[in-house]
Ligand binder design. Structure first.
Ligand code: AMP
Ligand code: GLY
Length: 432
Protein backbone atom coordinates (compact mmCIF):
# COMPACT_ATOMS: atom_id res chain seq x y z
CA UNK A 1 0.00 0.00 0.00
CA UNK A 2 1.20 3.53 -0.80
CA UNK A 3 1.81 5.99 2.10
CA UNK A 4 -1.45 7.77 1.19
CA UNK A 5 -3.43 4.53 1.52
CA UNK A 6 -3.91 4.00 -2.19
CA UNK A 7 -3.19 0.71 -3.96
CA UNK A 8 -1.16 0.01 -7.07
CA UNK A 9 -3.09 -2.36 -9.29
CA UNK A 10 -1.99 -4.65 -12.08
CA UNK A 11 -4.82 -5.52 -14.47
CA UNK A 12 -4.17 -8.45 -16.80
CA UNK A 13 -5.47 -8.46 -20.35
CA UNK A 14 -5.71 -6.42 -23.51
CA UNK A 15 -9.30 -6.29 -24.68
CA UNK A 16 -12.33 -4.06 -24.44
CA UNK A 17 -13.14 -5.74 -21.13
CA UNK A 18 -9.87 -4.58 -19.61
CA UNK A 19 -10.22 -1.12 -21.18
CA UNK A 20 -13.60 -0.74 -19.48
CA UNK A 21 -12.34 -2.08 -16.14
CA UNK A 22 -9.35 0.26 -16.30
CA UNK A 23 -11.63 3.22 -17.02
CA UNK A 24 -13.84 2.32 -14.06
CA UNK A 25 -10.89 1.75 -11.69
CA UNK A 26 -9.50 5.16 -12.57
CA UNK A 27 -12.54 6.78 -10.93
CA UNK A 28 -11.64 5.32 -7.54
CA UNK A 29 -9.86 7.36 -4.86
CA UNK A 30 -8.38 4.04 -3.69
CA UNK A 31 -6.31 3.67 -6.86
CA UNK A 32 -2.66 4.62 -6.73
CA UNK A 33 -1.10 3.71 -10.06
CA UNK A 34 -2.70 1.36 -12.59
CA UNK A 35 -0.63 -1.00 -14.74
CA UNK A 36 -2.20 -2.99 -17.54
CA UNK A 37 -0.46 -6.05 -18.97
CA UNK A 38 -0.29 -5.99 -21.90
CA UNK A 39 -3.11 -3.45 -22.39
CA UNK A 40 -3.98 -1.79 -25.69
CA UNK A 41 -3.94 1.56 -27.46
CA UNK A 42 -6.73 2.87 -25.22
CA UNK A 43 -5.59 1.68 -21.81
CA UNK A 44 -2.60 4.03 -21.92
CA UNK A 45 -5.06 6.79 -21.03
CA UNK A 46 -5.74 5.02 -17.71
CA UNK A 47 -2.29 3.81 -16.69
CA UNK A 48 0.93 2.21 -17.82
CA UNK A 49 0.94 -0.67 -20.27
CA UNK A 50 3.47 -3.40 -19.52
CA UNK A 51 4.52 -5.71 -22.37
CA UNK A 52 3.88 -8.91 -20.43
CA UNK A 53 2.00 -12.07 -21.30
CA UNK A 54 -0.47 -12.72 -18.43
CA UNK A 55 0.21 -16.46 -18.80
CA UNK A 56 3.89 -15.90 -17.97
CA UNK A 57 3.71 -16.18 -14.17
CA UNK A 58 7.40 -15.43 -13.81
CA UNK A 59 7.08 -12.14 -15.69
CA UNK A 60 3.89 -11.16 -13.85
CA UNK A 61 5.58 -11.86 -10.51
CA UNK A 62 8.52 -9.70 -11.54
CA UNK A 63 6.17 -6.84 -12.41
CA UNK A 64 4.46 -7.23 -9.03
CA UNK A 65 7.69 -6.64 -7.15
CA UNK A 66 9.12 -4.07 -9.56
CA UNK A 67 6.04 -1.84 -9.41
CA UNK A 68 5.03 -2.46 -5.78
CA UNK A 69 1.70 -3.94 -6.85
CA UNK A 70 -0.87 -4.39 -4.07
CA UNK A 71 -3.59 -6.10 -6.09
CA UNK A 72 -3.60 -8.15 -9.31
CA UNK A 73 -6.87 -8.39 -11.24
CA UNK A 74 -7.23 -11.33 -13.61
CA UNK A 75 -8.81 -10.53 -16.97
CA UNK A 76 -9.09 -13.68 -19.06
CA UNK A 77 -9.39 -17.32 -18.09
CA UNK A 78 -6.20 -18.97 -19.37
CA UNK A 79 -3.81 -17.63 -16.68
CA UNK A 80 -6.31 -18.49 -13.96
CA UNK A 81 -6.83 -22.03 -15.21
CA UNK A 82 -3.02 -22.40 -15.29
CA UNK A 83 -2.85 -21.43 -11.61
CA UNK A 84 -1.54 -17.87 -11.81
CA UNK A 85 -3.19 -16.86 -8.54
CA UNK A 86 -1.66 -19.79 -6.67
CA UNK A 87 1.82 -19.10 -8.03
CA UNK A 88 1.75 -15.34 -7.34
CA UNK A 89 0.35 -15.67 -3.83
CA UNK A 90 2.86 -18.35 -2.96
CA UNK A 91 5.78 -16.21 -4.13
CA UNK A 92 4.46 -13.11 -2.37
CA UNK A 93 4.06 -15.11 0.86
CA UNK A 94 7.64 -16.37 0.57
CA UNK A 95 8.81 -12.75 0.34
CA UNK A 96 6.59 -11.81 3.25
CA UNK A 97 4.56 -9.47 1.01
CA UNK A 98 0.85 -8.95 1.20
CA UNK A 99 -0.67 -9.36 -2.25
CA UNK A 100 -4.34 -9.37 -3.17
CA UNK A 101 -5.56 -11.25 -6.21
CA UNK A 102 -8.97 -11.02 -7.88
CA UNK A 103 -9.70 -14.34 -9.56
CA UNK A 104 -9.88 -17.97 -8.49
CA UNK A 105 -7.00 -20.38 -8.06
CA UNK A 106 -6.62 -23.33 -10.41
CA UNK A 107 -9.17 -25.31 -8.35
CA UNK A 108 -11.97 -22.76 -8.81
CA UNK A 109 -10.94 -21.90 -12.37
CA UNK A 110 -11.71 -25.50 -13.34
CA UNK A 111 -15.34 -24.36 -13.49
CA UNK A 112 -14.36 -22.86 -16.85
CA UNK A 113 -11.25 -24.94 -17.59
CA UNK A 114 -13.13 -28.23 -17.63
CA UNK A 115 -16.73 -28.48 -18.80
CA UNK A 116 -16.86 -31.98 -17.33
CA UNK A 117 -15.79 -30.62 -13.92
CA UNK A 118 -18.43 -27.89 -14.19
CA UNK A 119 -21.13 -30.43 -15.08
CA UNK A 120 -20.20 -32.71 -12.19
CA UNK A 121 -20.12 -29.73 -9.83
CA UNK A 122 -23.62 -28.71 -10.94
CA UNK A 123 -24.77 -32.31 -10.49
CA UNK A 124 -23.39 -32.44 -6.93
CA UNK A 125 -25.13 -29.20 -5.98
CA UNK A 126 -28.42 -29.61 -7.86
CA UNK A 127 -27.84 -26.63 -10.10
CA UNK A 128 -30.11 -26.62 -13.17
CA UNK A 129 -28.27 -27.35 -16.41
CA UNK A 130 -28.73 -29.39 -19.61
CA UNK A 131 -28.61 -33.22 -19.39
CA UNK A 132 -25.20 -34.42 -20.44
CA UNK A 133 -22.70 -37.22 -20.90
CA UNK A 134 -18.91 -36.92 -20.92
CA UNK A 135 -17.29 -39.05 -23.59
CA UNK A 136 -13.69 -40.11 -24.17
CA UNK A 137 -12.32 -42.73 -26.57
CA UNK A 138 -13.09 -45.40 -23.97
CA UNK A 139 -16.88 -44.88 -23.95
CA UNK A 140 -17.53 -43.56 -27.43
CA UNK A 141 -20.29 -46.17 -28.00
CA UNK A 142 -22.12 -44.79 -25.01
CA UNK A 143 -21.66 -41.33 -26.52
CA UNK A 144 -23.24 -42.41 -29.81
CA UNK A 145 -26.16 -43.99 -27.95
CA UNK A 146 -26.62 -40.78 -25.94
CA UNK A 147 -26.72 -38.75 -29.15
CA UNK A 148 -29.42 -41.14 -30.48
CA UNK A 149 -31.47 -40.51 -27.33
CA UNK A 150 -31.43 -36.72 -27.84
CA UNK A 151 -33.42 -34.57 -30.24
CA UNK A 152 -31.73 -32.26 -32.76
CA UNK A 153 -29.84 -29.99 -32.62
CA UNK A 154 -26.90 -31.73 -30.92
CA UNK A 155 -24.46 -29.87 -28.68
CA UNK A 156 -20.85 -31.10 -28.50
CA UNK A 157 -18.34 -29.31 -26.28
CA UNK A 158 -14.60 -29.79 -25.95
CA UNK A 159 -13.96 -30.35 -22.24
CA UNK A 160 -10.99 -27.97 -22.02
CA UNK A 161 -10.28 -24.41 -23.10
CA UNK A 162 -10.44 -23.98 -26.87
CA UNK A 163 -10.29 -20.20 -27.25
CA UNK A 164 -14.09 -19.96 -27.40
CA UNK A 165 -14.28 -22.30 -30.40
CA UNK A 166 -14.86 -25.63 -28.70
CA UNK A 167 -18.66 -25.75 -28.88
CA UNK A 168 -20.35 -27.30 -31.93
CA UNK A 169 -24.10 -27.21 -32.48
CA UNK A 170 -25.12 -29.63 -35.22
CA UNK A 171 -28.56 -30.23 -36.74
CA UNK A 172 -28.03 -33.67 -38.19
CA UNK A 173 -27.49 -36.85 -36.13
CA UNK A 174 -25.02 -38.52 -38.50
CA UNK A 175 -22.97 -35.35 -38.71
CA UNK A 176 -23.00 -35.08 -34.92
CA UNK A 177 -21.73 -38.65 -34.58
CA UNK A 178 -18.98 -37.93 -37.10
CA UNK A 179 -18.11 -34.67 -35.30
CA UNK A 180 -17.79 -36.56 -32.01
CA UNK A 181 -15.12 -38.78 -33.56
CA UNK A 182 -13.30 -35.81 -35.08
CA UNK A 183 -13.26 -34.02 -31.75
CA UNK A 184 -11.99 -37.10 -29.88
CA UNK A 185 -9.31 -37.47 -32.56
CA UNK A 186 -7.89 -34.12 -31.47
CA UNK A 187 -9.75 -31.44 -33.42
CA UNK A 188 -9.16 -29.08 -30.49
CA UNK A 189 -5.96 -30.73 -29.31
CA UNK A 190 -5.94 -31.99 -25.73
CA UNK A 191 -9.02 -29.84 -25.01
CA UNK A 192 -11.24 -32.30 -26.90
CA UNK A 193 -9.76 -35.56 -25.60
CA UNK A 194 -12.96 -35.44 -23.53
CA UNK A 195 -16.18 -34.22 -25.08
CA UNK A 196 -19.31 -33.21 -23.23
CA UNK A 197 -22.49 -34.03 -25.15
CA UNK A 198 -25.43 -31.96 -24.05
CA UNK A 199 -29.15 -31.68 -24.49
CA UNK A 200 -29.94 -28.52 -26.49
CA UNK A 201 -31.79 -25.92 -24.44
CA UNK A 202 -34.07 -23.49 -26.22
CA UNK A 203 -34.39 -19.96 -24.93
CA UNK A 204 -32.74 -16.56 -24.71
CA UNK A 205 -29.35 -16.23 -23.08
CA UNK A 206 -28.06 -13.69 -20.63
CA UNK A 207 -24.87 -13.16 -18.65
CA UNK A 208 -25.00 -12.79 -14.89
CA UNK A 209 -21.83 -11.63 -13.12
CA UNK A 210 -21.22 -12.36 -9.47
CA UNK A 211 -18.32 -10.98 -7.46
CA UNK A 212 -17.58 -13.12 -4.43
CA UNK A 213 -15.11 -13.02 -1.54
CA UNK A 214 -14.90 -16.72 -0.71
CA UNK A 215 -16.55 -16.18 2.69
CA UNK A 216 -20.17 -16.25 1.62
CA UNK A 217 -20.53 -12.60 0.66
CA UNK A 218 -21.28 -11.67 -2.91
CA UNK A 219 -22.55 -8.88 -5.10
CA UNK A 220 -24.48 -9.28 -8.34
CA UNK A 221 -23.29 -6.90 -11.04
CA UNK A 222 -25.56 -5.56 -13.78
CA UNK A 223 -26.98 -8.33 -16.00
CA UNK A 224 -26.10 -8.14 -19.68
CA UNK A 225 -26.69 -9.92 -22.97
CA UNK A 226 -24.09 -10.26 -25.68
CA UNK A 227 -24.40 -10.76 -29.43
CA UNK A 228 -22.06 -13.46 -30.62
CA UNK A 229 -22.68 -13.88 -34.36
CA UNK A 230 -21.07 -11.69 -36.99
CA UNK A 231 -24.27 -11.07 -38.96
CA UNK A 232 -27.44 -9.18 -38.21
CA UNK A 233 -30.32 -11.29 -36.92
CA UNK A 234 -27.71 -13.49 -35.20
CA UNK A 235 -26.50 -15.14 -38.37
CA UNK A 236 -23.10 -16.22 -39.65
CA UNK A 237 -19.97 -17.18 -37.79
CA UNK A 238 -19.40 -16.91 -34.07
CA UNK A 239 -17.21 -14.03 -32.91
CA UNK A 240 -15.77 -12.84 -29.63
CA UNK A 241 -18.87 -10.64 -29.33
CA UNK A 242 -20.33 -7.90 -31.50
CA UNK A 243 -22.13 -5.89 -28.86
CA UNK A 244 -24.03 -6.04 -25.61
CA UNK A 245 -27.01 -4.64 -23.76
CA UNK A 246 -27.48 -4.09 -20.04
CA UNK A 247 -29.91 -4.50 -18.31
CA UNK A 248 -31.77 -7.38 -19.95
CA UNK A 249 -35.54 -6.81 -19.80
CA UNK A 250 -36.47 -10.47 -19.20
CA UNK A 251 -34.01 -10.74 -16.29
CA UNK A 252 -36.57 -9.10 -14.02
CA UNK A 253 -36.96 -9.48 -10.26
CA UNK A 254 -38.81 -12.80 -10.50
CA UNK A 255 -36.22 -14.32 -12.85
CA UNK A 256 -33.29 -13.01 -10.78
CA UNK A 257 -34.87 -14.40 -7.60
CA UNK A 258 -34.77 -17.84 -9.26
CA UNK A 259 -31.19 -17.25 -10.41
CA UNK A 260 -30.18 -16.35 -6.86
CA UNK A 261 -31.93 -19.28 -5.18
CA UNK A 262 -31.29 -22.00 -7.73
CA UNK A 263 -27.89 -21.01 -9.10
CA UNK A 264 -25.88 -18.30 -7.33
CA UNK A 265 -26.32 -19.50 -3.75
CA UNK A 266 -25.86 -23.22 -4.45
CA UNK A 267 -22.79 -22.41 -6.55
CA UNK A 268 -21.17 -20.36 -3.80
CA UNK A 269 -22.05 -22.77 -1.02
CA UNK A 270 -20.91 -25.67 -3.24
CA UNK A 271 -17.52 -24.01 -3.69
CA UNK A 272 -17.15 -23.52 0.05
CA UNK A 273 -18.26 -27.09 0.82
CA UNK A 274 -15.64 -28.37 -1.59
CA UNK A 275 -12.93 -26.29 0.06
CA UNK A 276 -12.45 -23.97 -2.91
CA UNK A 277 -11.48 -20.47 -1.81
CA UNK A 278 -13.04 -18.56 -4.67
CA UNK A 279 -12.41 -14.81 -4.66
CA UNK A 280 -13.30 -13.09 -7.86
CA UNK A 281 -15.85 -13.10 -10.63
CA UNK A 282 -18.16 -15.93 -11.55
CA UNK A 283 -19.83 -15.35 -14.88
CA UNK A 284 -22.98 -17.41 -15.24
CA UNK A 285 -23.88 -17.99 -18.88
CA UNK A 286 -27.59 -18.61 -18.44
CA UNK A 287 -30.46 -19.53 -20.69
CA UNK A 288 -34.03 -18.59 -19.90
CA UNK A 289 -36.23 -21.59 -20.75
CA UNK A 290 -39.84 -20.49 -20.30
CA UNK A 291 -38.98 -18.36 -17.28
CA UNK A 292 -36.60 -20.85 -15.65
CA UNK A 293 -32.85 -20.24 -15.65
CA UNK A 294 -30.38 -23.00 -16.63
CA UNK A 295 -26.60 -22.79 -16.62
CA UNK A 296 -25.10 -23.08 -20.11
CA UNK A 297 -21.61 -22.49 -18.79
CA UNK A 298 -19.55 -21.05 -16.00
CA UNK A 299 -16.76 -18.61 -16.73
CA UNK A 300 -14.30 -17.50 -14.09
CA UNK A 301 -13.90 -13.93 -15.31
CA UNK A 302 -15.98 -11.09 -16.65
CA UNK A 303 -17.47 -11.33 -20.16
CA UNK A 304 -16.39 -9.39 -23.18
CA UNK A 305 -18.17 -7.31 -24.56
CA UNK A 306 -20.64 -7.41 -21.65
CA UNK A 307 -18.16 -5.75 -19.26
CA UNK A 308 -18.06 -2.62 -21.39
CA UNK A 309 -21.77 -2.07 -20.71
CA UNK A 310 -21.63 -3.35 -17.12
CA UNK A 311 -18.87 -0.93 -16.07
CA UNK A 312 -20.74 2.10 -17.35
CA UNK A 313 -23.68 1.17 -15.09
CA UNK A 314 -21.76 0.65 -11.85
CA UNK A 315 -22.01 3.83 -9.81
CA UNK A 316 -20.15 2.72 -6.67
CA UNK A 317 -16.42 2.34 -6.16
CA UNK A 318 -15.28 -0.66 -8.21
CA UNK A 319 -11.81 -0.82 -6.66
CA UNK A 320 -13.39 -1.03 -3.21
CA UNK A 321 -15.48 -3.99 -4.40
CA UNK A 322 -12.44 -5.70 -5.93
CA UNK A 323 -10.44 -5.17 -2.77
CA UNK A 324 -13.35 -6.52 -0.72
CA UNK A 325 -13.55 -9.67 -2.84
CA UNK A 326 -9.80 -10.31 -2.87
CA UNK A 327 -9.39 -9.73 0.85
CA UNK A 328 -12.32 -11.97 1.77
CA UNK A 329 -14.46 -9.14 3.03
CA UNK A 330 -17.12 -7.84 0.70
CA UNK A 331 -19.40 -7.10 3.61
CA UNK A 332 -20.38 -3.46 3.59
CA UNK A 333 -19.14 -2.94 0.03
CA UNK A 334 -21.57 -0.97 -2.04
CA UNK A 335 -22.80 -2.07 -5.47
CA UNK A 336 -25.00 0.76 -6.67
CA UNK A 337 -26.22 0.44 -10.23
CA UNK A 338 -27.31 3.15 -12.65
CA UNK A 339 -30.90 2.30 -13.67
CA UNK A 340 -30.32 3.46 -17.24
CA UNK A 341 -29.70 1.17 -20.20
CA UNK A 342 -26.29 0.72 -21.77
CA UNK A 343 -25.93 -0.45 -25.37
CA UNK A 344 -22.47 -1.33 -26.67
CA UNK A 345 -21.66 -1.82 -30.34
CA UNK A 346 -18.36 -3.37 -31.37
CA UNK A 347 -16.68 -2.11 -34.54
CA UNK A 348 -14.59 -4.87 -36.10
CA UNK A 349 -12.08 -5.20 -38.91
CA UNK A 350 -13.50 -6.20 -42.32
CA UNK A 351 -13.25 -9.96 -42.77
CA UNK A 352 -13.38 -10.78 -39.05
CA UNK A 353 -13.86 -13.48 -37.68
CA UNK A 354 -12.04 -14.79 -40.75
CA UNK A 355 -8.81 -13.19 -41.87
CA UNK A 356 -8.61 -9.41 -41.67
CA UNK A 357 -6.10 -6.60 -42.05
CA UNK A 358 -4.39 -4.95 -39.07
CA UNK A 359 -2.61 -1.62 -38.76
CA UNK A 360 -5.28 0.61 -40.33
CA UNK A 361 -5.06 4.19 -39.16
CA UNK A 362 -8.08 5.19 -37.10
CA UNK A 363 -9.84 8.46 -36.39
CA UNK A 364 -12.07 9.01 -33.39
CA UNK A 365 -14.08 12.23 -33.20
CA UNK A 366 -15.21 14.05 -30.10
CA UNK A 367 -17.90 12.25 -28.13
CA UNK A 368 -20.66 13.80 -26.09
CA UNK A 369 -21.47 12.80 -22.51
CA UNK A 370 -22.89 9.33 -21.80
CA UNK A 371 -20.86 7.91 -24.67
CA UNK A 372 -17.87 5.75 -23.79
CA UNK A 373 -15.37 4.53 -26.31
CA UNK A 374 -13.47 1.44 -25.17
CA UNK A 375 -10.55 0.21 -27.22
CA UNK A 376 -10.49 -3.54 -27.84
CA UNK A 377 -7.89 -4.20 -30.53
CA UNK A 378 -5.88 -1.03 -31.07
CA UNK A 379 -2.27 0.02 -30.78
CA UNK A 380 -0.51 3.33 -30.54
CA UNK A 381 2.50 3.70 -32.81
CA UNK A 382 4.43 6.88 -33.58
CA UNK A 383 1.58 9.02 -32.30
CA UNK A 384 -0.96 7.28 -34.50
CA UNK A 385 -3.80 5.03 -33.43
CA UNK A 386 -3.96 1.79 -35.41
CA UNK A 387 -6.48 -1.04 -35.59
CA UNK A 388 -4.74 -4.07 -34.11
CA UNK A 389 -7.25 -6.89 -33.86
CA UNK A 390 -10.49 -8.35 -35.15
CA UNK A 391 -12.60 -6.54 -32.63
CA UNK A 392 -11.29 -3.00 -32.66
CA UNK A 393 -13.38 -0.57 -30.68
CA UNK A 394 -16.55 -0.70 -28.60
CA UNK A 395 -18.88 2.28 -28.36
CA UNK A 396 -21.19 2.24 -25.35
CA UNK A 397 -24.04 4.70 -24.86
CA UNK A 398 -26.32 5.20 -21.87
CA UNK A 399 -29.93 6.32 -22.14
CA UNK A 400 -33.35 5.60 -20.67
CA UNK A 401 -34.18 2.62 -22.86
CA UNK A 402 -32.72 0.31 -25.50
CA UNK A 403 -33.87 2.25 -28.60
CA UNK A 404 -32.50 5.57 -27.37
CA UNK A 405 -29.23 4.08 -26.12
CA UNK A 406 -28.77 2.22 -29.40
CA UNK A 407 -29.54 5.36 -31.42
CA UNK A 408 -26.91 7.26 -29.43
CA UNK A 409 -24.31 4.52 -29.90
CA UNK A 410 -24.94 4.34 -33.66
CA UNK A 411 -24.75 8.10 -33.89
CA UNK A 412 -21.39 8.06 -32.09
CA UNK A 413 -20.08 5.36 -34.43
CA UNK A 414 -20.33 7.92 -37.24
CA UNK A 415 -17.45 9.69 -35.50
CA UNK A 416 -15.18 6.66 -35.80
CA UNK A 417 -13.54 5.42 -38.95
CA UNK A 418 -10.90 3.04 -40.21
CA UNK A 419 -10.61 1.14 -43.47
CA UNK A 420 -12.88 -1.92 -43.56
CA UNK A 421 -14.77 -1.02 -40.38
CA UNK A 422 -17.91 -3.14 -39.84
CA UNK A 423 -20.52 -3.34 -37.07
CA UNK A 424 -23.93 -4.92 -36.58
CA UNK A 425 -26.82 -2.49 -36.81
CA UNK A 426 -29.29 -4.57 -34.79
CA UNK A 427 -27.78 -4.67 -31.29
CA UNK A 428 -30.63 -4.80 -28.76
CA UNK A 429 -33.39 -5.13 -31.37
CA UNK A 430 -34.30 -8.68 -30.36
CA UNK A 431 -35.08 -7.50 -26.82
CA UNK A 432 -37.71 -4.95 -27.84
P1 AMP B 1 -19.59 -21.36 -25.25
O1 AMP B 1 -18.48 -21.33 -26.27
O2 AMP B 1 -19.40 -22.36 -24.17
O3 AMP B 1 -19.92 -19.96 -24.79
O4 AMP B 1 -20.90 -21.83 -26.01
C1 AMP B 1 -21.22 -21.21 -27.17
C2 AMP B 1 -22.68 -21.06 -27.31
O5 AMP B 1 -23.29 -22.30 -27.60
C3 AMP B 1 -23.43 -20.60 -26.07
O6 AMP B 1 -23.34 -19.24 -25.83
C4 AMP B 1 -24.83 -20.99 -26.46
O7 AMP B 1 -25.37 -20.07 -27.36
C5 AMP B 1 -24.62 -22.28 -27.17
N1 AMP B 1 -24.88 -23.42 -26.30
C6 AMP B 1 -24.02 -24.06 -25.51
N2 AMP B 1 -24.62 -25.06 -24.85
C7 AMP B 1 -25.91 -25.07 -25.23
C8 AMP B 1 -27.04 -25.88 -24.88
N3 AMP B 1 -26.96 -26.90 -24.05
N4 AMP B 1 -28.21 -25.56 -25.45
C9 AMP B 1 -28.30 -24.54 -26.33
N5 AMP B 1 -27.29 -23.76 -26.70
C10 AMP B 1 -26.09 -24.02 -26.15
N1 GLY C 1 -19.17 -12.67 -24.05
C1 GLY C 1 -18.94 -14.00 -23.67
C2 GLY C 1 -17.61 -14.25 -23.09
O1 GLY C 1 -16.90 -13.36 -22.69
O2 GLY C 1 -17.27 -15.42 -22.96
Amino acid sequence: MNPDGTMNILLLGSGGREAAMAWKMLQSPLLGHLYIAPGNGGTTACGTNLPIDPCDAEAVDKAVTEHSIDMVVGGSEAPLVAGLRDKLLERAAMRGDKLLFVGPGADGAALEGSKDFAKRFMGRHNIPTARHLTVTKTNVDEGRAFLHSLKAPYVLKADGLAAGKGVLIIDNLDEAIAALDTMLDGQFGAASASVVIEQFLKGIECSVFVLTDGSGNYRVLPVAKDYKRIGEGDTGLNTGGMGAVSPVPFADETFMQKVTERIIEPTLSGLRQEGIDYRGFIFLGLINCDGDPYVIEYNVRMGDPETETVMTRIVSDFVEALRGAASGNLEGCDMTIDPRTAVGVMAVSGGYPGSYAKGKEMTIGTMSGDIHVFHAGTKEAEGKLLSWGGRVIDVVALADDIPSAAAKAYDALLQISFEGMYFRRDIGKDLL
